[in-house]
Ligand binder design. Structure first.
Ligand code: ARG
Length: 478
């Protein structure tokens, strides 16, 4: 028998109108069980709610509903114990579970699919699944943010160069830099929170596309499954996948942030920068160069960004030409989504463990911050305070910098009498603003890099995170 030859031709749950057996290759080609088994527990949950609802409205007798629910519980236990056997002959997880239910409880199992279609079933399962995964991700983001706050607190007054165009620009504090990463993640967090609201709409009850002739109670299902609200149009409900696209778009933005962080970690760990040392357990060596310690983890995170963005593009293209309502194309939504979720989780875990364990080379950072005339803006600001217009001050400082380049010295090494030749209003107190410490301390306002501000901000953000962990979302009753 070839690998495509079906052994279960007669057992298709939809076999009635067919006079020819399904081509064995087509069976494999159209099956999704290899990947959608991930939805197994959500499928059980959805079916339990559906069975209870059918009983409530009198479509199923109490006994029938109880038998079905008992069967579903048995299957759930098998899934959880990893002993639920799936077969490609049943195409997807929905029909595998239904077939097993019928096998377990007999004829009554065939009644479960009343007033339901796989179209509203799969949409419901996917939303249940994604909702749980978003909750896990939100926790993962919070953990990483916590790590960033710890690092920001530890390094609140560690001076490093701030860059624009990757040229030394002005001194900043490492604590402030960590809080910039925190802010990026905070927006990612809020985007996922927003996305969860739109995920949490119940499609069940839309049936194949037009709704159903049975007197169903959709609100009851929503309550059992802890959905906030119902999808209000059956055609849209079974075909909408923009909640997946929205999720993957937020995921892509987060990965873009992760990639930027990776790029900085890689640069900072390089021999040229030597700002940080990554923990050994997060690096690998070279098979030929014995001295090498490579930043593989951030490099891989940077690399994985491409695949997540790729999944977003796949999904957009998957949807862009689909007419209402459900089309089989939609089966292709799962693998990109699942891989996006896995990738996000792995990257979050890697960063949450690696970033707080980074060793900081304060000497190298300070040294780098002192070069590149990083306090030139401070000198210009000083002159403005003495009454010059900013543009004139800018011009004067440009000339001082030229002198420093010629003399191979830093701004604070220029003697006072030399400085006064550029502008007579410069006094001895100018050296206070020319040091990198003076420079960062002077930026003491909300959003500034002063160590005092970093401390304040850390305390404020810590309190925000504490509040956040207190609020847990409503859980399904089944
Ligand atoms: N496996 C399908 C999917 O993932 C389930 C829905 C199938 N519905 C249908 N009418 N063929 O989209």
């Amino acid at each position: 028998m070839s690998q495509f030859e079906s052994k279960t031709k007669q057992t298709k749950l939809w076999g009635g109108r067919f006079s020819e057996f399904l081509d064995a290759f087509v069976e494999t080609f159209t099956a999704s069980i290899s990947f959608d088994q991930r939805l197994a527990l959500q499928d059980i949950q959805g079916s339990l709610a559906h069975a209870k609802m059918l009983e409530k409205v009198g479509i199923l007798t109490r006994t029938d509903s109880q038998v079905i629910q008992k069967g579903l519980h048995t299957i759930r236990e098998d899934i959880q114990a990893n002993r639920f056997e799936v077969s490609i002959a049943h195409e997807d997880i929905h029909m595998n579970i239904e077939a097993r239910l019928i096998e377990l409880v007999g004829e009554v199992g065939k009644k479960l699919h009343t007033a339901r279609s796989r179209n509203d079933q799969v949409a419901t399962d996917l939303r249940l699944y994604l909702r749980t995964e978003i909750d896990t991700l939100l926790q993962g983001i919070t953990d990483l943010q916590q790590g960033l706050l710890n690092l920001a607190e530890r390094e609140f007054d560690t001076i490093m160069p701030g860059f624009t165009h990757l040229q030394v620009a002005q001194p900043v504090t490492l604590g402030h830099h960590m809080l910039a990463w925190f802010e990026m993640l905070e927006r990612d967090y809020q985007r996922f929170v927003e996305c969860r609201k739109r995920v949490n709409h119940l499609p069940l009850g839309s049936a194949a596309l037009a709704g159903t002739t049975f007197p169903i109670d959709r609100a009851y299902c929503a309550e059992l499954l802890a959905f906030d609200t119902l999808c209000e149009n059956s055609l849209d409900a079974v075909s909408d996948r923009d909640f997946v696209i929205e999720f993957c778009s937020h995921a892509s933005i987060m990965m873009m942030h992760f990639s930027r962080i990776a790029e900085e970690l890689i640069l900072w760990a390089s021999t040229q920068f030597q700002f940080i040392e990554l923990p050994d357990r997060f690096c690998t060596g070279s098979s030929i160069m014995p001295q090498k310690k490579n930043p593989d983890v951030p490099e891989l995170i940077r690399g994985k960004t491409g695949r997540v963005i790729g999944h977003l593009v796949s999904l957009l293209v998957l949807m862009k030409s689909q007419t209402l309502a459900y089309n089989k194309d939609n089966q292709e939504d799962k693998e990109p989504l699942f891989d996006t979720i896995d990738t996000l989780k792995h990257c979050l875990k890697a960063y949450a463990e690696m970033i707080p364990a980074v060793q900081v080379n304060k000497v190298a950072m300070l040294e780098a911050a002192s070069h590149g005339f990083s306090t030139a803006t401070d000198l210009a600001d000083y002159l403005v305070n003495q009454g010059l217009a900013f543009r004139d001050a800018h011009e004067v400082v440009g000339q001082v910098v030229q002198l420093c380049i010629k003399e191979k010295c830093t701004l604070d090494q220029v003697p006072l009498d030399q400085l006064q030749k550029f502008n007579a209003c410069i006094k001895a107190d100018v050296y206070e603003v020319l040091t990198v410490e003076g420079s960062v301390n002077a930026r003491n306002h909300i959003g500034g890099c002063a160590p005092k501000q970093v401390k304040k901000q850390v305390n404020r953000l810590r309190a925000c995170l504490k509040e956040r962990t207190g609020a847990s979302a409503q859980q399904p009753l089944l």
